[in-house]
Design a protein around this ligand. Sequence first.
Ligand code: ATP
Ligand code: MG
Length: 479
Amino acid sequence: MRSEAAGREEHGREAAEAGRPVDRPEIPAPVAELLATLRGGGHSAYVVGGCLRDAVLGREPADWDLTTDAQPDRIQRLFPGSLYENRFGTVVVRRGDSQYEITAFRRDVSYTDHRHPDSVEFGNSIEEDLARRDFTVNAMAWGGKPAEEASFVDPHGGAADLDRRLIRAVGDPDRRFHEDALRMVRAVRLAATLGFEVEAGTLEAVGRNAALARHLSGERKATELTKLLAAARPSVGLRLMAESGLLAVIAPDLARQIGIPQNKLDGEDLWDHTLRTVDAAPNRSLVRMAALLHDIGKPDTLADGHFHGHETVGAEMVRRFLADLHSPRVQQERVAHLVGNHMFSYQPNWSDAAVRRFIRKIGPGSVDDLLALRAADNQGSGLAPEAGLLPELADRVRRELVANAVLGREQLAIDGDDLKSELGIPPGRALGRVLDILTERVIAEPALNDRAILLELARGEIASGPAGAESPRRTHEAG
Ligand code: ATP
Ligand code: MG
């Protein structure tokens, strides 16, 4: 059976291909039920914002939002079990595994910090609610007053802009970007996500107001950047950011890549290389972020036409960049790790042990991402994704992982307790050193991973270990 989502996409696509507006959006059953309950309860109610835009375009909406003249306490009474835990008038209703936001009509008043309204007021009409929204394509509603038949409400010409594939500010763009500077980032992000252009007047206003983006919180920038990187071609939005001056405010170290020469593709600079690499990277957020940042260390390390050590300098810059965006610590570390290790150079004469050491250094959970990053980097340089024998390396890595090769102490056939009870080595540095040596031996020769053999090797190691405090046996004998 065809999925509901596929049906919706087809409906939108057919209408779009026929060049006519969608007469009614395809709304999933739970959303239709919420609308009917609100209207049956004597309220105006509408599907509104990005979800309606996506439904009309035939894209699967990320989330469905409703707006109504009912106040939050009334919404809660209409939907027993719903949650109201904010001060913005948004009540959350669960249906199955999904949740839906129902927000009382709002009107935003006086912004002084370029990022949020000083207060939120409930509005009186759908028109007021639509006027506070950012772009015309995001400022349409579908629904109506209780007794009316449902219809589109589109006072800002959103449907026409959807047809023309344009992101256009609602009202005066300079004023709207002054109110909330995030809207500039959203404009370029939506252009990339939807494959639209930013309308000329709106784009010029981004250029005039880009400096206001310095007021934005890391979290809000991160949300939009992550959505931008998930677009089919993030370069569409990233180029707009660069050309409008937003990039220099939000990611100054990336903006410095513009104009730095690269001996890769004719007439292309380092920034062009970064953009090609991001577009070529598989659509996984860590890999896309690593692709965006992989050469962030190059401008600082450029000397005599080389970028010596740029990956190490870059890894540190990645940590700072992602910390400023308040990205979770693990994400900072994982992206920095990929960037710091992206310059490996595989040779077919690597022994199996060398392949195992490579996996241990990169971490079994990151090898796939690193190889994907490198394949994208190849494409960004105008090479085939397979350049540098990446598929051969990937294949050898896979074989080691399937064979469950020992890559660390935890997989040894003995542990510290065995060394203590069998050989009398007290816990401490010396014991750790013996375990490390045994691990190296097993990585080089997996057949050695046997309890009796390892204990024998450990004994030999202690007997021949370096003199001094490092070796417990010698320390003991000397004492
Ligand atoms: P996505 O498909 O990524 O969810 P979206 O446009 O739906 O994109 P949301 O953050 O879900 O983005 O916002 C939902 C709606 O709220 C928008 O479509 C828009 O109408 C309104 N909105 C969101 N952010 C702003 C803003 N900064 N200023 C004005 N209106 C906004
Ligand atoms: Mg949304």
